[in-house]
Structure formats: structure tokens, C-alpha cells
Ligand binder design. Structure first.
Ligand code: UD1
Length: 436
């Protein structure tokens, strides 16, 4: 973590958000393309020597790191406004190095496409992170079942296979990344692959649509059983990524905690089924239309209990944000985190802002408090950072959020979007006093 912090300071300078709470939010914003979809579409572009054009790509740090990963492999990647043109005609390397993988664990997603197309790949093993240990055993077990020879040494996983063979895979847990890696590997495998207990997230459906437009035979995406028939001779394609449901959910909670009325464009409300239900149970008014949402906040809020689960369950990526809202509700709520083992590390920061949250195992007991008070706090990870921004919008006085590079990993200009709605939030450079 320290190395990564140093890197960001060196390249981007140290930034913080200064937020003066209390302004209601009004107006309309457009949500960007889904981070968790675009990263996989970029990896899938490695499956063809032809050009792929991906639209609705957010300029966030994680996407920039994936651009770097693809370029290291020898692919040509160019930005055209909010679109990315990727051409993986030739590969100069089959290796995703640790310097890049340690900055973004999702880089492991290039493993499946590289083995499918080139029969070999080396990817640095991603370490743990601030929300849990992030294992990749299911990715590797599935690849081995497809016939790849897997070995790990010197911190790298190596996969080799002259030709992958279609097979029947049952995942222990509907892992998003493992499902995606195995779909992409199976596209290059001989015959039929069935993946059972597959993840059903909308981003997986977007990946399947992208692959289908390249000529792949993928059926069942969005259900727990996905069938891929290969090998497919994939062509270049042009595709628009789905809107980011987590960014939309974050902005919806922003409207709820700050009060006011916000319209969100560029998101499919069906991707946010349970979160919108929970917002309504709390007392937030939500209207759904095609490709947009209207959120009215500011009334009296009620406590609710919720548990994170794979889609269509409540997304773990919105758990920290809704915790801020539940802190402002009357009564006590219980949040159960079932997806990541250490996803409550930000709670101490929220408590410094006046929240009353205690942790018992994988449950957070959230006691409603009348008001929050601005404080100096630190973003420990991406979604927790977003939650602390929301707490700042609702708090009395000034909040200074440090380590905003975490937030920049997944939100494009979050402060500009919130400012356009009337929030008082600015990004400023930080000069830290040296410790002698
Ligand atoms: C993706 C999302 C992330 C989201 C998560 C769950 C991307 C880039 N990231 O992460 O934002 O929070 O889905 O919706 O799309 N696991 C194993 N072994 C494996 C794989 C996973 O034990 O081989 C465990 C993980 O440690 C974790 C759980 O399964 O506890 C869920 O992980 P997974 O669904 O794979 O999440 P990611 O794909 O890493």
C-alpha cells in the first residue's frame, strides 16, 4: 500500500477533497461507462488480431492501468474522446508484470484471453488488498480443467496449453472475475464448455454481448449456467459499454444524504433492482424510467437491514455508501457483508465523523445518529472513499478527505459531477510536513 501511495504522489501529486457539507443537490448528471465492464471488454479485445472500438469508457485510473497492461503485451491502444481503439495484432510479450498488477488486481483478467489466443501467459499473482485477501484459486482451477498446465513461481502464475478443451466447470462461488476469465478462455477451447454457478452480474452480460458481436458463441450470460462453444474465429467489433451501476448508486445515495432532487442519465435501473428497493424502504423517493433514475432525498429515514450477495443481491460495492445513509436513519440497521472478508475497515473513519457503528464479525451494527460532523479522514479504498465523500456532503462543517487517489480509480471527476449538482467540494493539492 505504501509503495502504491508513493507512486501516486510521484505521478499525480497528493490530492485531497475539501467538502463543506449542507448543500442539497439539484440537477442532472450522466453516469459514465461501467468500470467493471470496460476492463473486461479491453481484455476480451486481446482475443482477435482485428481492431475493437469500445465506447463509453471512463477516464479513471483503473482503465489507464489496463491500457498500460495491454500496451506492455504489444497491443495498440488509442483514446478517441471517451472511446478506446484496441488492436492486438501481434504480441511482443505474454506477461503482465507485477509493477502493473499490484496497482490493479483486475489485471488477472488477461490470463484467460492470452492462453486462449497464444497458448501461454504469465501474470503476476495479485496480492491482497484493503477489503480482503482476493484469491484467484477458482480462476486457476477452471483453467486447469480446460486443460491448461498451471504453475506458480517467483510470484507469477504461468499457464500453458497447446489447445484448450471444452469441459464442465462448477464454481465454488459465483466469482465475477473467475466467470469472466473462464468465458474468455473457453472461447478459444475446442468444443463446449459449461460453467455452473456462474456470476450473473450485468457486466458479465455486457462481456457476453461484446464476445457475441465478435463472433463467439456464448449462451446463458445473466443466468447461473453459461455455455461457450469454441473455438471461435473472432473478428473486430464496435460496442458501447453499459453505464456504471455503482457510480449511479453512489450518486443516488449522495442525493439521499444531502437532500434535493437528482436525475441520473446513462444507467439501466434494472441493474440496481435491490439497491433501489432498499433506498425506498429507507424513505428515499426513487422513480425509474428507461436509461434514467430520479432520486428525491431529504425526508425522515428509517433503518433497514441488508446483506451483500452476488447479483441480483445487494452489491458489496455499494455497502459503504448505504452505511452512511443508514447512519442518518432513525433506529438501528444491521449490514451483513458476505462477499469480502475485511470490507468494514473504513468504519473507524465514519465514526470519527460522528457515526455510531460497531462491527461484530461480518455484521455492522449501524445506530442512527442525528447529524454528522466534518473531520479530516482518509480513504482506505475505492468505495469506502466514495462513502466518506457522501458523509462529507451530509456533515456539518468541513471534511478533508485524504488519499483521493483511491476514489480516482473508479470515479471520473466525481467532484465535478457533485459540484455541478450544487455540492461544495474542491480538489486541492496536499503539502505534507516532512517528519524529521
Ligand atoms: C469484482 C469487481 C468488484 C466487486 C466484486 C464482487 C471487477 C474489476 N471488480 O471483483 O468491484 O466488488 O466483483 O461483486 O469487476 N474469490 C475466491 N477465489 C477466486 C475468486 C474469488 O475465493 O478464485 C473470492 C474473493 O476473495 C471474494 C469473493 O470470492 O471474497 C468475490 O470475488 P469476485 O466475485 O471474484 O470479485 P472480483 O472479480 O475480484
Amino acid at each position: 500500500m505504501w509503495a502504491s501511495r508513493w507512486y501516486h504522489r510521484l505521478i499525480m501529486g497528493e490530492n485531497k477533497f475539501v467538502i463543506v457539507g449542507g448543500n442539497p443537490l439539484r440537477g442532472e448528471v450522466r453516469v459514465g461507462g461501467a468500470k467493471n465492464s470496460v476492463l473486461k471488454l479491453m481484455a476480451a479485445s486481446l482475443l482477435t488480431p482485428e481492431e475493437c472500438l469500445i465506447h463509453n469508457v471512463p477516464r479513471i485510473t483503473d482503465v489507464k492501468i489496463m491500457v498500460e497492461v495491454l500496451r506492455r503485451l504489444g497491443a495498440g491502444v488509442t483514446w478517441e474522446g471517451s472511446s478506446l481503439r484496441v488492436c492486438a495484432g501481434e504480441f511482443t510479450s505474454r506477461e503482465a508484470p507485477y509493477q502493473l498488477v499490484r496497482r490493479m488486481r483486475a489485471s488477472i483478467i488477461v490470463l484467460g484471453p492470452l492462453v486462449a489466443r497464444w497458448g501461454e501467459a504469465s501474470v503476476a499473482i495479485p496480492g491482497g488488498c484493503n477489503i480482503g485477501s482476493r484469491k484467484i484459486d477458482m480462476h486457476l482451477k477452471g483453467l486447469a480443467e480446460l486443460g491448461a498446465e498451471i504453475s506458480t513461481e517467483h510470484g507469477y502464475v504461468h499457464a500453458r496449453a497447446a489447445r484448450l478443451k471444452g469441459t464442465h466447470i462448477v464454481l465454488d462461488f459465483p466469482s465475477v472475475g473467475a466467470t469472466e476469465n473462464l468465458i474468455m478462455a473457453a472461447v478459444g477451447a475446442e468444443g463446449r464448455t459449461v460453467i455452473e454457478n456462474a456470476a450473473r452480474e450485468p457486466e458479465i452480460q455486457d462481456l457476453a454481448a461484446f464476445l457475441a458481436s465478435m463472433g463467439a458463441e456464448v449462451e446463458g450470460a445473466g443466468t447461473p449456467v453459461i455455455t461457450v462453444t469454441g473455438p471461435c474465429d473472432l473478428k473486430g467489433t464496435e460496442h458501447t459499454a453499459i453505464g456504471d451501476r455503482i457510480e449511479a448508486g453512489t450518486l443516488a445515495v449522495a442525493a439521499a444524504v444531502a437532500g434535493g432532487e437528482v436525475a441520473l442519465a446513462g444507467v439501466d435501473p434494472r441493474h440496481l433492482g435491490l439497491p433501489l428497493e432498499k433506498l425506498r424502504e429507507v424513505g428515499v423517493e426513487v422513480e425509474e424510467a428507461e436509461g434514467r433514475l430520479l432520486v428525491r432525498g431529504g425526508g425522515e429515514y428509517r433503518s433497514v437491514d441488508l446483506a451483500t450477495l452476488p447479483f441480483p443481491g445487494f452489491p458489496t460495492d455499494l455497502q459503504p455508501q448505504i452505511m452512511v445513509l443508514l447512519s442518518l436513519a432513525g433506529g438501528t440497521s444491521v449490514i451483513t457483508e458476505n462477499v469480502f472478508e475485511s470490507r468494514f475497515m473504513f468504519v473507524d473513519e465514519l465514526n470519527r465523523m460522528g457515526c455510531d457503528i460497531s462491527i461484530e464479525g461480518h455484521h455492522a451494527i449501524v445506530r442512527g445518529v442525528g447529524a454528522l460532523s466534518g473531520a479530516e479522514v482518509c480513504a482506505p479504498d475505492l468505495r469506502a472513499g466514495a462513502a466518506l465523500v457522501l458523509a462529507g456532503l451530509a456533515a456539518e462543517g468541513e471534511t478533508h478527505l485524504l488519499d483521493v487517489y483511491h476514489v480516482d480509480r473508479g470515479y471520473e471527476n466525481l467532484e465535478a459531477k457533485l459540484s455541478s449538482l450544487g455540492a461544495d467540494i474542491t480538489r486541492v493539492g496536499v503539502e505534507e510536513e516532512p517528519i524529521l
